[in-house]
Design a protein around this ligand. Structure first.
Ligand code: MG
Length: 378
């Protein structure tokens, strides 16, 4: 039996209640609580040396590798052709994907930025199109669907605005079930899971410190994602990237319980708990009752390094597929690729059409069988 910090929302009153509970037996309880990352003395010393130029360069190199404008591979280079063969388009492989899912419940996991919406200079204006919203709404009619984002959950909800979805914000550290209208919602109470809630005051403090220290770098934008902080490099002159990374490092020095990860033109600071998008995927599968099922088929679509944790979980479980959104070759644990959000929308639409057709076929067959049964004399 383990002790969990959870917030239970009453769907009728709309009130959230924070509770610490001992849980066992249920699908939610079966999930191990997040463990803290143990930092060895050697690692601690490395962390203290956080501002060394080697370390800053590693952060920047890693961030550049995730940022499309810095990809140097020309279209259809040997690398590209070989990558396309190893990670073929999910659109080209659509029949194989749907055929592998036969008899299984597809569960959809979608990253937001760069997957459902284009990457734009101002992260506050990363809106999804009406057509994409309509497609995701249709998708959720046929499959349990979750949005898994590095953004604060409220922010990503304000972009998507579909109450029937699951949302996992702050890289899965803030999970909430559908507030209405989902046939996959379990019971009348929505569970909200926040494994890093004790870090909230620290994250707030770091957000304020980073906002202050980065003021001198034109274009730098610090975003408070509730359980993590993002420092956006999108509008910063590349000559100033090193200076900005040093500023981030200078703040992080005072917080050994926080760690730094790199994404597309962004450095992110989050708690050192073993919780990521992969853990969020596992938690959501458990919440939906599919923890030990062989008849579940999760599909995770994402474009960023942080999505690799989820792709890896799918490979390890040998269930479903990861689909990486990228125009250029990248090291990935995903099985397939899509080039950009417009291709994601096409893929999701095909999935909806395929499911609708399959259901129609099934209903026609059932009607025909009933007619045959009725026609046979007793
Ligand atoms: Mg993304």
């Amino acid at each position: 039996m383990t002790k969990r910090n959870m917030v239970v929302s009453d769907a009728n009153s709309g009130f959230d209640m924070a509770i610490s509970m001992a849980v066992s037996g249920s699908c939610v309880a079966a999930q191990r609580p997040p463990a803290y990352i143990t930092i060895s003395k050697k690692k601690l010393l490395q962390n203290l040396d956080i501002n060394s130029s080697a370390r800053i360069n590693t952060w920047l190199d890693s961030m550049r590798a995730s940022s499309p404008t810095h990809m140097k591979a020309p279209p259809l280079s040997d690398d590209q052709v070989s990558w396309n063969m190893r990670r073929p388009s999910a659109l080209d492989m659509f029949e194989q994907i749907t055929s592998a899912s036969k008899g299984k419940q597809i569960v959809m996991f979608l990253d937001y930025d760069g997957t459902l919406s284009p990457i734009v200079d101002d992260p506050d204006r990363a809106f999804m199109s009406k057509a994409m919203r309509a497609t995701v709404r249709e998708l959720a009619r046929y499959f349990p669907t979750a949005i898994v984002s590095g953004r604060c959950r409220d922010k990503v909800y304000s972009f998507v605005r579909l109450a029937e979805l699951y949302y996992a914000g702050s890289h899965g550290m803030d999970i909430k079930g559908p507030s209405k209208g989902s046939r996959y919602k379990k019971g009348t109470k929505a569970v909200l899971f926040q494994p890093a809630s004790e870090f909230l005051p620290m994250i707030d403090e770091v957000y304020k410190a980073l906002s202050e220290v980065t003021k001198s770098t034109p274009g730098a934008l610090v975003e408070n994602n509730k359980f993590c902080v993002s420092v956006h490099f999108r509008c910063v002159d590349e000559k100033k990237w090193s200076e900005l990374a040093k500023q981030v490092g200078s703040v992080l020095e005072g917080y050994p319980n926080l760690r730094l990860t790199q994404g597309r033109k962004v450095l992110e600071i989050r708690p050192t708990i073993k919780w990521d998008k992969g853990k969020a995927l596992e938690f959501l599968l458990e919440s939906l009752g599919y923890s030990n099922c062989t008849d579940v088929f999760p599909i995770y679509i994402g474009d960023d390094r942080t999505d690799e944790d989820a792709f890896k979980v799918l490979r390890e479980r040998d269930q479903g597929f990861g689909i990486l959104v990228s125009k250029t070759p990248k090291d990935t644990n995903a099985s397939y690729s899509l080039q950009e959000p417009s291709e994601v929308m096409t893929f999701l639409r095909r999935l909806v059409d395929w499911k609708r057709m399959s259901l129609r076929r099934f209903l026609r067959m059932r009607r025909r069988l009933e007619e045959i049964k009725m026609s046979i004399p007793n």
